[in-house]
Design a protein around this ligand. Structure first.
Ligand SMILES: Nc1nc2c(ncn2[C@@H]2O[C@H](COP(=O)(O)OP(=O)(O)OP(=O)(O)O)[C@@H](O)[C@H]2O)c(=O)[nH]1
Length: 300
């Protein structure tokens, strides 16, 4: 039997370079928010790629480096460096059309932790190569050459997360650099137990995405019913808030917020159920002081 391999990988890059698209393509399932909480010593785990003999844990790195020495940037640099401790591989993403100039280099050399030689491994991942048109092939070549000459990265891999180009290759390369031979997480850890739990977490996550981050602490999602008929999965869930004003915020002007939350949650639940069609009915209810009600707390 093949030897087990596992390790931690982080993805870093400017906004919009394709980080989320790549992670979502690779990972099997998002790790639940509840699992994050258990891992306070680790940084947030974004997702896990789990196969019989391989476990790759993707973690979030907070933001992107900036060299200007404002207090905020110094704090960010500190946090980013902390988040990289113990990581086996850093994937540094850059779209194929960008120039790898001195500014870029300064930014990435800030990542060099100066710990063990060759550790963590550093990959330069050139993204969005599906967008390359005939005469733009040279741009990619020039970028690869420039990166190669830096002699900084261990590997240079052009990919497209969106069009699934070279993703298998990337996974193979990651596997070949992993050295741990025990799995850090069990199935139970990242599957979070049940479908019900997952659906609730997905809805909660979307509420977090579309509303002010502070609000969801006062919001609770309760799955009421789930049924399957003619290949359609119908889900009814209540979003429980503790006051009327919050209900109005969740619903939004002319229902815009709840629509966004519902649509995005539905799409993700469909993915969770391997692209089966889902009908999602969300109802916002006010239950005063729900945070102190045992019957609700026990269900969380
Ligand atoms: N054509 C193409 N578009 C891509 C690819 N990867 C990502 N995109 C698009 O680029 C945009 C940004 O992608 P994200 O994956 O959200 O980028 P990100 O780096 O996570 O962005 P932030 O969350 O802002 O840091 C989206 O519109 C994606 O659909 C790719 O491989 N090819």
């Amino acid at each position: 039997m093949e030897e087990k391999k596992s390790g931690f990988v982080t993805i870093i890059g400017k906004p919009n370079v394709g980080k989320s698209t790549l992670i979502n393509k690779i990972i099997d399932r998002k790790v639940s928010i509840a699992t994050h909480r258990k891992n306070t010593t680790r940084n947030q785990i974004r997702g896990i790629y789990n196969r019989e003999n391989v476990q790759i844990v993707f973690i979030d790195t907070p933001g992107f480096l900036s060299e200007y020495k404002t207090k905020l940037n110094l704090e960010m640099q500190k946090r980013i460096k902390e988040s990289l401790i113990g990581v086996d591989i850093i994937l540094f993403l850059i779209p194929f059309w960008e120039k790898f100039d001195d500014d870029y280099l300064r930014k990435i050399t800030l990542l060099n932790l100066g710990t063990e030689k060759n550790f963590p491994k550093k990959y330069c991942i050139i993204t969005k190569i599906d967008l390359i048109k005939g005469d733009e092939g040279n741009e990619l070549k020039e970028l690869v050459q420039a990166i190669f000459q830096l002699n900084y990265f261990d590997k240079i891999i052009p990919i497209s997360g969106l069009k699934n180009l070279n993703i298998d290759l990337l996974i193979e390369e990651i596997k070949s650099d992993l050295t741990d031979n025990i799995f850090h997480y069990s199935e139970k850890d990242f599957k979070g137990g049940s479908d019900q739990f997952y659906i609730q977490e997905i809805i909660r996550e979307k509420i977090l995405l579309y509303l002010n981050e502070e609000i969801p602490h006062n919001i609770f999602v309760q799955l009421k019913n789930i049924s399957i008929k003619n290949k359609l999965i119908s889900i009814e869930a209540d979003i429980i808030v503790n006051r009327e004003s919050l209900k109005r915020i969740v619903i939004g002007k002319e229902g815009i917020k709840i629509k966004q939350i519902g649509e995005n949650a539905r799409k993700e639940i469909e993915k969770y159920f391997e692209n089966k069609k889902v009908f999602l009915n969300l109802i916002v209810k006010v239950k005063k002081d729900w945070e102190n009600k045992d019957s609700i707390i026990k269900g969380i």
